[in-house]
Design a protein around this ligand. Structure first.
Ligand SMILES: C[S@@+](CC[C@H](N)C(=O)[O-])C[C@H]1O[C@@H](n2cnc3c(N)ncnc32)[C@H](O)[C@@H]1O
Length: 282
């Protein structure tokens, strides 16, 4: 713990040293983000005023945050929040921490300009709430099989003032047949045998991560469910993992979307598969 009256620079240096020794990938960034948040300043201000003396409660809170981070708890869980597009979401261990690459699904929504969206597997509500935030005329329905996730998403919607525009459903899919303009899903897609960094494998919910032997089992089951329930959409966008583009495109063909496109993320990895051209249900 930083000594009483410690300067920000000393507390940061000690945290960075211990994070580095523990093998944490971004030691400086993590230390600065944690201390800035706990001191109630932005990171640039903290860096500009590194000689400031930390107040005792801030020093204590930082030392606790460092202790948690050394156990490889993700920064977002320690702070209890994560930014996504233009909104900030409360997050805890019941939900996956939203990733920047998932913003590609929100980009797809902006391109498609839908009046109605179904999001399957909403977690914290990131995609559903960002769509509601950025497309004010759009009605959003969001599902999740995890009751903890639905609780987090409903609370996020209320806090963001978006509760009136998003219907959350506990379960995989809405109950009856329906026709949406757009379906979006970032379902679990990590192959069961893949090793994960300690921040992910040790902390994020297993049910949000693993998707069977090749990672596509949950996607496949949800697509089957959509077909069986006659839930359709002109356009569907699915987040996928590395090397899954071809397999998920084939699944989309089989589920009734004849035209498919695979989009790569900034790292050049297959990240989103889009299906178009389905016939409405019924
Ligand atoms: C990878 S997380 C994505 C969460 C959020 N949409 C995001 O992008 O940050 C997948 C979510 O899908 C949910 N899930 C898993 N299987 C599901 C299924 N068969 N139907 C609906 N949701 C499911 C999990 O509980 C989890 O919250």
């Amino acid at each position: 713990m930083p000594a009483s009256g410690a300067k920000a620079a000393e507390a940061l240096a000690a945290a960075i040293d211990s994070f580095t020794a523990a093998g944490i990938e971004t030691p400086r960034l993590d230390a600065e983000v944690l201390l800035a948040e706990l001191a109630g300043v932005d990171r640039a201000a903290l860096i500009a005023d590194r000689e400031q003396t930390l107040e005792a409660p801030v020093a204590r809170a930082f030392s606790e945050a460092v202790r948690r981070r050394l156990r490889r708890e993700p920064v977002a869980y320690i702070l209890g929040k994560k930014g996504f597009r233009h909104i900030e979401l409360a997050v805890d261990r019941r939900v996956l921490i939203p990733r920047p690459e998932t913003e590609m699904l929100v980009d797809l929504a902006l391109e498609a300009g839908p009046a109605s969206v179904l999001e399957v597997g909403t977690g914290s509500g990131a995609i559903a709430l960002a769509v509601a935030d950025e497309l004010p005329g759009c009605r959003v329905t969001a599902t999740d099989v995890s009751d903890g996730a639905i609780e987090v998403a409903v609370a996020n919607a209320a806090r963001l003032g978006l509760g009136e525009r998003v219907d959350f459903i506990l379960g995989s899919l809405p109950p009856g047949s329906a026709d949406f303009d757009l379906i979006l899903a970032n379902l679990p897609y990590v192959p069961d045998s893949d090793g994960l960094p300690p921040e992910v494998g040790g902390w994020e919910p297993e049910g949000a991560l693993f998707g069977g032997p090749d990672g596509t089992s949950v996607i496949s089951a949800v697509l089957e469910g959509l077909r069986d329930r006659q839930i359709s959409a002109a356009v569907i966008g699915l987040e996928i993992g590395q090397g899954q583009g071809e397999r998920v495109s084939a699944l989309l063909h089989g589920a009734g979307w004849p035209e498919t496109e695979v989009r790569l993320d900034l790292a050049g990895i297959d990240r989103v598969v889009i299906g178009r051209g389905s016939r409405p249900a019924g």
